[in-house]
Ligand binder design. Structure first.
Ligand SMILES: Cc1ncc(COP(=O)(O)O)c(C=O)c1O
Length: 390
């Protein structure tokens, strides 16, 4: 049996690739892991009691569309955070983390034809599920550079009209992983105007939206609040906001027509969130105190990083999120050198990007996740600086 062609050209996933790169190389010091964006700050301690209280719910199948209480808690959070009213019953679907939703949304909402083979746009570098989702939907993924020159966000408007005419979906990640760039009101207005002109949907991946410094980043729902609600599909998650990556809990919100399709696909092929975990998610979305504390911890880490790297040519201090995107002559060489000389482990930027017109925009970068506790992070980053930049 041959492997399905549409997935056969996928590069190995970033983390196995990193393991191969460093296989057989001894760390040059006590290992400090700065590779994966798996949060390590504390999650709200009170969630355990909620799981126990509702443990009987593990015995039955959970409701496909989420409990009304969870839908309402998410709608209330959207109203507070984005200043937009959405209908809890028809415009919210709880997800098992946003990765699942980002994938399934392409299957549910990308047409099979749009002036030919549909196109799905995405920034380059990017969160890798976008590419697999578009291939699974039979669309053509187009990797649009998000570089220092473009403010680390993709310039979709610069694409040729024939590509835009075929565009069905554009993924946008703001705050962006890996660069920490935030789409401004102006950026959103331009992108939404482009989406209106060429009639495509925007899949807004906002899972880093709560890890910011001073001002909360504008979200897609706020930017698009006067437009057709089917234009924007918003994804958000408790993974980074609440340090609950293992809970697998997020949501998708959009217009009722999009939501009908998403819910139908979920009913046939999806895995709804276990009921006790829906009860937890409901309470976690309603609480902002732990989010403020989490933000303060990241702010400290970002400020410390700035004191070290501000003087480095090409360094752009991240506006939000918890990654540094550091310029180096070659990402793989820097990663290997760093590991073998110091034990600090980072990710080569190229593993998050794709070749586009002969270059991979991540090639000359490393991504550094600021997830380790401050007492490991400070010496780790200091070693990184002296090893890579002298
Ligand atoms: C940009 C981006 N989007 C989405 C996700 C998925 O998060 P989750 O499925 O935990 O909600 C991640 C996780 O690292 C991410 O970095």
């Amino acid at each position: 049996m041959t492997f399905p062609e549409r997935f056969s050209n996928l590069p190995p996933y970033a983390f196995p690739r990193l393991r191969s790169l460093l296989a057989g190389i001894e760390p040059g010091g006590v290992p400090v892991d700065m590779t994966i964006g798996s949060p390590l700050h504390p999650f709200p301690h009170w969630i355990t009691d909620i799981v126990v209280e509702h443990a009987a719910g593990f015995g039955g199948y959970p409701p496909n569309d989420g409990t009304p209480e969870l839908q309402s808690a998410i709608a209330a959070w959207i109203a507070r955070r984005y200043g937009v009213a959405v209908d809890a019953a028809t415009q919210i679907l709880p997800l098992n983390g946003t990765r699942e939703g980002l994938f399934n949304a392409a299957l549910a909402l990308c047409p099979e034809d749009k002036n030919g083979t549909p196109v799905v746009l995405m920034p380059n570098p990017f969160y890798q599920v976008y590419a697999v989702a578009s291939l699974a939907a039979g669309a053509e993924p187009i990797y649009v550079p998000a570089t220092l020159d473009t403010g680390f966000l993709p310039d979709f408007a610069a694409l040729p009209a024939d590509v835009l005419n075929r565009t069905a979906v554009a993924y946008l990640c703001s705050p962006s992983n890996p660069q920490g760039a935030v789409a401004t009101a102006e950026y959103w207005a331009d992108l939404l105007a482009l989406a209106e002109k060429y009639d495509f949907k925007i899949f807004a991946d906002e899972c880093y939206s709560e890890i910011y410094r001073e001002a909360a980043p504008m979200g897609a729902l706020t930017a698009g609040k006067d437009l057709d609600p089917e234009r924007v599909v918003l994804f958000n998650s408790l993974s980074k906001r609440s340090n609950l990556a293992g809970l697998r809990s997020g949501f998708v919100a959009s217009g009722p027509e999009n939501m009908k399709r998403l819910k139908a696909l979920r009913a046939y092929a999806g895995a709804p969130l276990p009921l006790p975990l829906q009860r937890v998610a409901e309470k976690v979305w309603a609480d902002e105190e732990h989010v403020k504390a989490n933000r303060a911890l990241y702010r400290e880490k970002l400020d410390f990083s700035d004191t070290l790297f501000d003087e480095i040519d090409g360094y752009k201090s991240p506006e939000a999120g918890f990654f540094l995107w550091l310029p180096v002559p070659d990402g793989e060489a820097a990663t290997t050198q760093l590991w073998s000389k110091t034990g600090v482990k980072v990710l080569p930027g190229a593993y998050l990007g794709r070749d586009y017109q002969g270059t991979n925009p991540g090639q000359n970068y490393i991504r550094v996740a600021l997830v380790a506790p401050m007492n490991e992070l400070q010496p780790g980053l200091t070693l990184l600086k002296s090893c890579i930049y002298g």
